[in-house]
Ligand binder design. Sequence first.
Ligand SMILES: *Cc1c(COP(=O)(O)O)cnc(C)c1O
Length: 375
Amino acid sequence: MKKIQMVDLRTQYLHIQQKIDQAIAQVIDSSAFIKGPIVQEFEQNLAHHLQVKHVISTGNGTDALQMAFMALHLEPGDEVITTPFTFIATAEVLALLKLKPVFVDVEPDTFNINPRLIEQAITPRTKAIVPVHLFGQCADMEPILQIAQKHHLFVIEDACQAIDAVYTFSDGSQKKAGTMGTIGCTSFFPSKNLGCYGDGGAIFTNDDALATQLRGIANHGMFIRYHHDMIGVNSRLDSIQAAILNVKLPYLKQYTQARQNAATYYNQALENCTSLQTPAVAPYSTHVFHQYTLKLEPSIDRQSLIDKMKTAGIPVMIYYPIPLHLQKAFAFLNGNKGDFPVAESLCESVISLPMHTELDEEQMEYITSHLKKSL
Ligand SMILES: *Cc1c(COP(=O)(O)O)cnc(C)c1O
């Protein structure tokens, strides 16, 4: 059996090796390493794929989020509502910009921000909501967008884990993760669902003025060469990464399908386990399974389960062990244990199984049979 990894980037590469190597060689041959024509080509291809007007590529997903907030011209101390059950980057950029993260607890089944708890967190200083489409499933955007409209708030989607997930509105219309709010952000970190071979990210928006702003911010606040209208940053996708992503984009559908097939296998193999819950898929969103995350019953000793799996050569991970309001870096927000009981209980009870495009049945059989034996 092939060695089991959380993510198997090498095998995925081997299937498209010739195209990738050729694309990289072409960039080197052209020597257009920064802002080469391939970057624009990829942006256009992705915009077309996601049905969004503007794609602005960035150096990584964290920069994408930071620039999204820079473009909104918020004031220090302005409040931004988000989830405490996410990767730190979502809220880190707020703190860097002197904005105040205000956490709202998540739903126990989807792990995404609970729209029914948002309104009570809104104050006169609230300016934006940041839903995170965690693990590959869209947050419940329809009520979130309604609340945002009612209170005149921006919506910045953190779609770093959910590229190509589809949300269905109650009128039947559909939109992709990252294209529903004011601005959407994604990451092309190698292990993400559309990953490059280094760092990369992108911003999505349908707003022409914001798109212009964002392009300037990403380029030192420069709109006319060497005329700097505002303090910006330097954040761009390298031509080599764009060339790699341009090769991989046509495979995204098939990659998502492979992840969904793996999730279906896991679901079926684990369906009779009473001591764990397989991932819930909400009726309003597809799930692109950036992670396959199980919830263990309190009776299960998670650490001993992880140890047993590791001994059997199966990596498992905890995404995420500590909610953001209890992270040392956010101590200045004075969060306390008990503030967000659902997020806290998830941090104590989740485990994620290996999930990627190259899992084969032999591996998945081995993983699930060992998991069942180790419970
Ligand atoms: C990966 C990730 C980010 C940051 O992306 P980078 O490209 O690593 O900077 C932000 N938010 C979430 C939810 C992520 O998973």
